[in-house]
Design a protein around this ligand. Structure first.
Ligand code: ZN
Length: 199
């Protein structure tokens, strides 16, 4: 990379920090930006700054949103008695696209991963408990991924919610074991939600 002028090297280094992007891909992206128009580069830079300035976490469900509350929590037609717990915003979006769910969500922003130093305190678990105990929530659907970390997180939440009145269900295994919700097709996700089971 030493053959590149310093500003190009800097861009490649910044792009290579993105997940799944190695130096090779970063170089290709940098070349694309360099060859593009000044306006294209400006738009890209502005969209990055804009997203950092405007996007925050919904104060109710912790989904990414613009403003205080996300559009799902603000929608009066959504069933507030049902809360679907997901690992990340990607999973929420995938379930929304299946179009079979009319309840609300709770985004954990991670799963238990002791080896990576992610314990219960790093997830939005206390917020979930507060939300369930202080409201009319009847059912919590655990839609963490059907892999080891997702299952252990689901078990922990089940245990934490046991003292409450709420019904805890787990999505059915229509989703491939070891897979991730965001890669499942709409039909599979829809069925997985429909045939959820009690925990
Ligand atoms: Zn929300």
């Amino acid at each position: 990379m030493s053959g590149y002028a310093p500003p190009i090297r800097r861009l490649i280094e910044e792009l290579a920090r993105f997940p799944g992007i190695g130096e090779k891909t970063a170089t290709r992206l940098a070349t694309f930006i360099i060859r593009g128009s000044h306006e294209d580069a400006q738009r890209l830079a502005e969209s990055i700054v804009d997203v950092k300035r405007k996007i925050r976490l919904c104060s109710v469900c912790f989904h990414l949103c613009e403003g205080e509350v996300c559009s799902i929590c603000a929608d009066p037609s959504r069933d507030r008695g049902t809360v679907c717990v997901v690992e990340d915003p990607d999973a929420l979006v995938a379930i929304e696209e299946s179009q079979g769910y009319r309840g609300t969500y709770h985004v954990l922003h991670g799963v238990l991963a002791p080896l990576d130093g992610i314990g219960p305190d790093q997830l939005r678990l206390q917020e979930l408990l507060d939300r369930v105990s202080g409201s009319a929530v009847r059912e919590v659907i655990l839609a963490t991924n059907p892999n080891v970390q997702g299952e252990s997180t689901a078990l922990l939440i089940t245990k934490l919610l046991r003292p409450t009145e709420v019904t805890v269900t787990r999505i059915a295994q229509g989703v491939p074991v070891g897979g991730e919700l965001k890669y499942a097709d709409r039909m599979t996700l829809g069925k997985a939600l429909e045939f959820r089971r009690s925990m």
